[in-house]
Design a protein around this ligand. Sequence first.
Ligand code: PMP
Length: 286
Amino acid sequence: MRTVYVNGQYLPETEATVSIFDRGFLMADGVYEVTSVLDGKLIDFDGHAVRLERSLNELDMRAACTKEELLDIHRELVRVNEITEGLIYLQITRGSDGDRDFIFPDPETTKPTIVMFTQNKPGLADSPAAKKGAKIISIEDIRWGRRDIKTVQLLYPSMGKMMAKAAGADDAWLIEDGHVTEGTSNNAYFVKNGKIVTRPLSTDILHGITRKAVLRMAEEAQMEVEERLFTIDEAKEADEAFTTSASAFVMPVVEIDGVVLGDGTPGPIATRLREIYLDESLKAAI
Ligand code: PMP
C-alpha cells in the first residue's frame, strides 16, 4: 500500500482524507504538478516548483509550504514508496471553509489543502509506446481561456482521451480557430525539412516544463526551432511529429487523423530528442 502525503502527514493511502467541502472537489479550485522520477531522482523539480508558484499566484492562492519543504516531501515519498521510475502527483486546492460558496474564503482562516502521492511506473524511460509512436486525432479545443494555469479542470482533456480511444487512437490534439493549441496532456510539435515547429507560449497553452527543456536541448544540438501557430493540415504533411510532457518525455507521433507520417515509425528528430532529453535530465536529476 502506498504512503501518501496530506496536509503535513504521511499516511497509508486508505487513511488519507479531504473534506467534502474542499473547493478542489466542489469547484475544481486547485492546481497541480506532475514530476517524473528516474533512477529514484526527481526530473526538473525546480521547473515544476516555479510553475506551481506561478499557478498559485495567478489564482490568488497561498503556497501550502516552502519550495524546500516541497522538495523534502517529494524525496520522502520516493524513499518510502521505493520509487525508481514513476511519477509524483501534487495538488494544492483553496481548501475548505466548511460550506459551499462561490466567493473565495479568507486565506487567513482557510488553509489550502495539499495532497501528494506517487505512481510507480517501471519502464517509464524505456517505454514500448515511445518505440511504436502515438496515433492522434484532432478535436475542437473547448477548454477555458487560462490554459497557462495548471488547474485540475481536466474533464475536457479526459473526454478528449476517451474520444481518441473510441477512434482507435492514443491521444488527441486540440484545435482552436484553425490552429493546434496542444495535446490533451502534452505540448505538440511537427518537423518539416528538419525544422521543429511548435505554438508559442501564451495563455492558450500550458507552459510545459518538458517543452522548455526540449527546446533548449534542440537548439543546443543545432536543430532549427520555429515557434508559430500551425494548422493540423501542416502537421499531417509533416515528416514527423511528437509531443512532450513530464510523464511521457518526448513521445513520437506517427499518425494524425488516420494520415500516416513518413514511414509510420518514430522520426529521427523525435527519437534523438527523446534520447537527449532522458540523458540530460538524468544527469541533472536531484
Ligand atoms: N499541456 C497540457 C494541457 C498538459 O496537461 C501538460 C502536462 N501536464 C503539458 C502540456 C506538458 O507539460 P509538462 O511538460 O510540464 O508536463
